[in-house]
Every structure is written in structure tokens, then in C-alpha cells.
Design a protein around this ligand. Structure first.
Ligand code: FE2
Ligand code: FE2
Length: 478
């Protein structure tokens, strides 16, 4: 594309974004999507990840040359009084450079305009608004599966990217106040840089914070490592995945714990959560986000693996008083009863007040919904729903409640709605007994040893696929 055309497109995108700020649910036409797809900013793959809290945002984008990247940010659309935040540029596996910048010191309830700059590249002007107080809304989706190597039109890179954008448009039409996207793994299908760029392509995503959990498909390659720019990553773990780390952030009155469930090292996962809670002792809600479906039993041949995962993650959720766990992987929609110690405590209900345990939810895949194979169902599931359609969820957080509304793409009415309410900071959570703690420590230690051997397998898979990775970096997750 010629430089003049790129500049024109940049201006057009800026206008589109400003229109989006005013009318969040604008529908993107095929022509608009073609323009977006061919644009310089889609090629750069700009994404605005969550920051440590509402005063920060973490940016990431690609460039073909290395330079000191920066984000220019201002409260006025003409960017007359802008500030500059500098970052770092690291080599990405496909020959590009990944630019990462953290913007801090943001004020509550304020609209900001920004541009990403690296070398001779300057993005269009985008905008976002920070929240104030405890109330906010999020879209939760899973298994977006942006796909590079599928020749069918409906699953092409461009189409899977569009479906993600279209789903967010639908969510905005339900609730125009959404300010966070929670994406619980398998963002990409092959773990390729091209897929992560396509994941970011929609201009709508430039105005919303995104938090991704790593899925098993995201570690098929190594691009996820350079794509992400997450706050509060676990730097103390001794055995983790090569491409993903646990991290946390706070929004409103919620501590989000984003965990790598590919990594069976329960000992380090638990220690990380403990540190995150110590750093945020007064935050009322705890939401854990990870990829693997733990309880549904929808795919019976995975149940031996799930049994091991439940031994790790169930007691972690119990011990640290996790209110809600958001999952993916199976591509089937289920919500559990309230669980404690891997047992039903109370039945799932549209209203759950001070539950004495944790609710685990799996959303249907956005990119690859399943309803036609291996439909087992475990006794822990309190609500299940089968659909061939893409599915998304709108979560409304307040000081005292989390309300979930689940939709099929194209439908106006939710097919499931429920609310969890807590009347005190602790709600109905129970203490873990001394004997149980001892057993948990033993299981988590075994998980650490398992993770070491599992990482050796990942190393040999990556080498087989032609990736230039260091053995020790891969096994210990450096
Ligand atoms: Fe998946
Ligand atoms: Fe998966």
C-alpha cells in the first residue's frame, strides 16, 4: 500500500474511532472491514492490554525495524498537550520486533487519546476511557481461535478475525459500557504471529482493555511470548511455561488472577496467588481466569487429564476464596453448582448469595462452537447449554455482585443469566483445614515435578516445528 493511501486510511480510522466513542455499537460494513484489514495499524497489531490497575494500560505492537517505541497520550483529540511514555523493543520470532509500552498515572473517569509510535510508524489516533468507582462491565469470550492455516473461507484468518470483532459489536449493543475483554485462551490456533496480529485487527479493540489467558494452542508456537505485555507477571516461579506466566490486575473491587493452566506447577501457582492477595488484601472479589475446562466432563476422553487438573485447581480456588472461575478449552457451555473440595455444596441458581465455595463457568468457543460430539456431563454441572453458534458473555461487576448474561451471537435475549452476591468481603467462603493443606502441598509439589517433564516435551515439540529455543529456557520457563 502506498504511503499516501496509508495516511488517508489512518485518518479514516481516526474518524471511525471517534464515531465509535460516540456510538459504541456502530456496525462495521464489509468495505470498512476490508479497509481495516488492509490498514497499517492491523499490520502492526496494536493491542491495549490491561495495566496493573485502572491507572495503567499496557500496549504492544509489531514493527519491521527496531527503535525505541513510545505511546503519545493526551486528553484532547488534537493531542496538543500530550505526554510520552517510552518502552522497549524485542526481536519477535518471525523477524519483526515487538514493541511494549506501559502508560501509567491515568486519572479516573477520563477519556484519553493515544498514538503508538516506533521508527517512522505512527498509528491513527485512538481513544479509551478510564473507569471510576467499583462498577464496570466486561465481555468474556473463549477459544477465539484466530486461524492462519485453514483454507476454507469461513475459517480464514480474515474471517476468524472478523468474527471476533463482530462478537464484540454484539456485546456492545447489549451493554455499551463494556471496558474490559476477558479472553480465556486459544486466542490463536497455531500460535503464530500472523494470528495474534489478526486477533487485534478490529479498531473497536483499540478502545478496550484486553486480558488474555494462555491456552494450549497459544503455546504451539512461541509468538505469544512476544505478543503479550502483561502487568504483575510472576517473576518468582522456578518452573513455568516458556511462553506464558501467571499475572494479576485489579479493576473496580475485583482482583483478577490470570493463570496458566498448561503449567501443572501447583506449588508456584498457589504461591503466586498468595502474593497477589497479600498485595491486594482489601479487594473484595477474586476472579480466577484460566484455560482448561475442569468440571464439565463434556469431552469424556479428556477426563483423566481433567481429574489431575481438578486436584490442582479445585483446592487452590477453595483455599484462596475464589468467587468465580472463568474457563474454556472444551468449547461447550456449562456452569457448575457451587463447589468446595471438588464436591457440590449448593445447586446452581439464578441468584446465589454468599456461596460457600466457587462457581466455575466454561463459555462455548467463539470461533469453533461444538454441539455434536462427545457430550458427556459430570455431576458438578448446574447449568448446561448446547449450541452451534458463537457465544459471548457480558459480566456486570458492582461492589456487592457479579451478574453474568450469556448470549448466542445474533440473539438479543440471554440464554442464561445468574448473579453471585456477597454481603461481606469474605462472603460464605470456608477455611481450609490443616490436613487438607498438607495434602494440597504434596499434590502441588508433584505438579511441579510433572510440569518440568511436560516442559521437556514442549521443548522437543518446538524444536521439531523448527523453533530456535534454548533447552533450559524452555524447561524452566525463562
Ligand atoms: Fe480451543
Ligand atoms: Fe484449548
Amino acid at each position: 500500500m502506498k504511503t499516501t493511501s496509508k495516511k488517508l486510511l489512518s485518518v479514516l480510522l481516526a474518524v471511525l474511532m471517534l464515531a465509535t466513542t460516540a456510538i459504541p455499537s456502530f456496525a462495521m460494513s464489509d468495505i470498512a472491514w476490508d479497509l481495516v484489514w488492509e490498514g497499517e495499524d492491523a499490520e502492526a497489531g496494536i493491542i491495549m492490554f490491561v495495566g496493573s490497575d485502572e491507572t495503567e494500560r499496557n500496549f504492544s505492537w509489531y514493527s519491521d525495524t527496531q527503535s525505541e517505541p513510545y505511546v503519545k497520550i493526551a486528553k484532547d483529540v488534537l493531542m496538543l498537550s500530550s505526554s510520552t511514555f517510552k518502552g522497549t523493543s524485542v526481536a519477535a520470532p518471525d523477524g519483526d520486533y515487538a514493541n511494549k509500552v506501559t502508560v501509567s498515572g491515568l486519572e479516573e473517569g477520563t477519556t484519553y487519546f493515544y498514538q503508538c509510535v516506533s521508527g517512522d510508524y505512527t498509528s491513527a489516533v485512538y481513544s479509551f476511557k478510564t473507569e471510576s468507582g467499583t462498577d464496570f462491565s466486561a465481555m468474556y469470550v473463549t477459544d477465539v481461535h484466530i486461524t492462519q492455516n485453514d483454507d476454507t473461507k469461513e475459517n480464514s484468518l480474515k474471517e476468524t478475525s472478523y468474527r471476533f470483532s463482530e462478537t464484540y459489536e454484539a456485546a456492545l449493543s447489549q451493554n455499551s459500557d463494556i471496558s474490559l475483554i476477558l479472553s480465556t485462551g486459544d486466542q490463536a490456533t497455531e500460535g503464530l504471529e500472523s494470528e495474534y496480529k489478526a486477533y487485534t485487527a478490529s479498531p473497536l479493540f483499540k478502545s478496550v482493555s484486553i486480558s488474555t489467558a494462555i491456552g494450549n494452542h497459544d503455546r504451539k508456537g512461541v509468538a505469544y511470548k512476544t505478543f503479550t505485555n502483561m502487568p504483575n507477571e510472576d517473576t518468582e516461579t522456578s518452573v513455568s511455561s516458556y511462553v506464558g506466566k501467571d499475572y494479576w490486575f485489579v479493576k473496580g473491587d475485583v482482583l483478577f488472577l490470570i493463570m496458566d493452566s498448561n503449567n501443572g506447577n501447583g506449588a508456584d501457582h498457589a504461591a503466586f496467588i498468595e502474593r497477589a492477595i497479600e498485595a491486594n488484601p482489601d479487594v473484595k472479589w477474586r476472579v480466577m481466569v484460566c484455560h482448561h475446562d475442569l468440571y464439565s466432563g463434556r469431552i469424556p476422553h479428556r477426563e483423566s487429564e481433567n481429574k489431575l487438573l481438578r486436584m490442582i485447581w479445585g483446592p487452590i480456588a477453595d483455599e484462596y476464596g475464589i468467587d468465580l472461575v472463568l474457563l474454556g478449552h472444551s468449547h461447550y457451555y456449562t456452569v457448575t453448582n457451587v463447589l468446595y473440595n471438588n464436591k457440590n455444596v449448593t445447586d446452581f441458581a439464578p441468584e446465589m448469595v454468599d456461596p460457600a465455595g466457587t462457581v466455575y463457568m466454561v463459555s462455548c468457543s467463539l470461533g469453533r462452537p461444538r454441539d455434536d460430539e462427545e457430550i458427556g456431563l459430570n455431576e458438578w454441572v448446574g447449568f448446561d447449554y448446547l449450541t452451534e453458534n458463537a457465544t459471548y458473555n457480558v459480566l456486570d461487576f458492582t461492589k456487592d455482585s457479579i451478574t453474568v448474561n450469556s448470549y448466542e451471537l445474533g440473539e438479543d435475549e440471554p440464554f442464561n443469566s445468574y448473579t453471585i452476591t456477597k454481603t461481606t468481603n469474605n462472603g460464605g467462603h470456608q477455611e481450609t483445614g490443616a490436613l487438607q493443606s498438607l495434602w494440597n502441598g504434596f499434590v502441588r509439589g508433584c505438579g511441579k515435578i510433572y510440569a518440568l517433564f511436560n516442559n521437556i516435551g514442549v521443548y522437543s515439540d518446538l524444536k521439531e516445528d523448527g523453533y530456535d529455543v534454548d533447552f533450559f529456557d524452555c524447561v524452566f520457563g525463562k
